[in-house]
Design a protein around this ligand. Structure first.
Ligand SMILES: NC(=O)c1ccc[n+]([C@@H]2O[C@H](COP(=O)([O-])OP(=O)(O)OC[C@H]3O[C@@H](n4cnc5c(N)ncnc54)[C@H](OP(=O)(O)O)[C@@H]3O)[C@@H](O)[C@H]2O)c1
Length: 243
């Protein structure tokens, strides 16, 4: 395992939820962290909560904008690991009511955004470093009805990583596929119904509870540190894939 102390890690989506958990765990491992998101307010609040002085800084960038990504990687300079947890709530309408504009926005943000991140990261990512992207349990246990689009997009990440891992070797490319994690995204998706949703799922999960971001962060740290893991998808879902 390669230690993360002294390494520079860029976390796109690091201002909230799973990404903020990865940023915190990376800082605790002695890394220097750059958190990235679109909202300056969210980034400021995240930097404050991380309370890590000069070891953490933030860059405002939208990963759907090539100019933002070119600026991000030129400002960040040479670095060791790219993590992306960036994403927005998925479309969830039954197929016959699909809002195509929403699907296009989702694909543009989640999938094309990841492709664009890889394109722009590669010139300043240290050879032999890593890229880790995020898919999710929806690819294995899609909501019915309404889960087809998110399942297709999340599922595509594993194949993206396998092909890119070959192309960029010895730089490693991997995927984390989380189960349900208590993050602000759920407040956006289900609002006040969140606690009922979570109680219902917790009762069915082998782990017996919904994850916190701190439960998921070790999967990203493992993939950054494990010099022999590439093209892989790690499922960290409390057993959700079994039920
Ligand atoms: N939470 C779960 O249960 C769960 C389960 C499985 C998979 N996932 C996946 O995990 C990822 C993270 O989810 P989360 O729950 O941590 O969500 P979250 O708390 O809403 O965080 C999303 C992060 O992504 C950033 N972001 C979104 N679009 C961006 C863009 N175009 N450019 C740059 N940053 C962008 C957001 O900041 P700004 O809004 O300021 O840009 C925020 O920092 C998502 O892709 C989600 O689908 C989540």
């Amino acid at each position: 395992m390669v230690g993360l102390a002294g390494q520079k890690i860029i976390v796109v989506g690091g201002s909230s939820g799973i990404g903020l958990g990865v940023a915190k765990a990376s800082l605790e491992s002695g890394a220097e962290v750059v958190i990235v998101g679109r909202s300056p307010d969210k980034l400021r609040a995240a930097e404050q909560s991380l309370d890590a002085g000069p070891q953490v800084r933030s860059v405002v960038a939208d990963m759907t904008e090539e100019a933002d990504l070119a600026r991000l990687f030129s400002e960040a300079g040479a670095f060791d690991h790219l993590v992306s947890t960036a994403g927005t709530p998925p479309p969830g309408d039954p197929i016959e009511r699909t809002d195509m504009a929403m699907v296009r926005r989702f694909v543009d943000n989640k999938l094309i955004g990841a492709v664009m991140l890889a394109k722009h990261a590669v010139t300043s990512l240290r050879r032999g470093g890593s890229m880790t992207f995020t898919s999710g349990i929806n690819k294995d246990r899609p909501p019915v009805p309404g889960g087809a689009v998110v399942s297709a997009i999340a599922g595509s990440f594993s194949f993206f990583a396998r092909a890119l891992a070959l192309e960029l070797a010895p730089t490693r490319v991997n995927i984390v596929s989380p189960g349900w994690v208590d993050t602000p995204m759920w407040d956006e998706i289900v609002g006040a119904a969140k606690s009922d949703f979570f109680a219902g799922m917790a009762g069915r999960l082998p782990a017996g509870r919904i994850a916190a971001p701190a439960d998921i962060a070790p999967a990203y740290l493992y993939l950054m540190s494990s010099a022999f893991t590439t093209g892989e998808t790690i499922h960290i879902d409390g057993g959700h894939g079994l039920i």
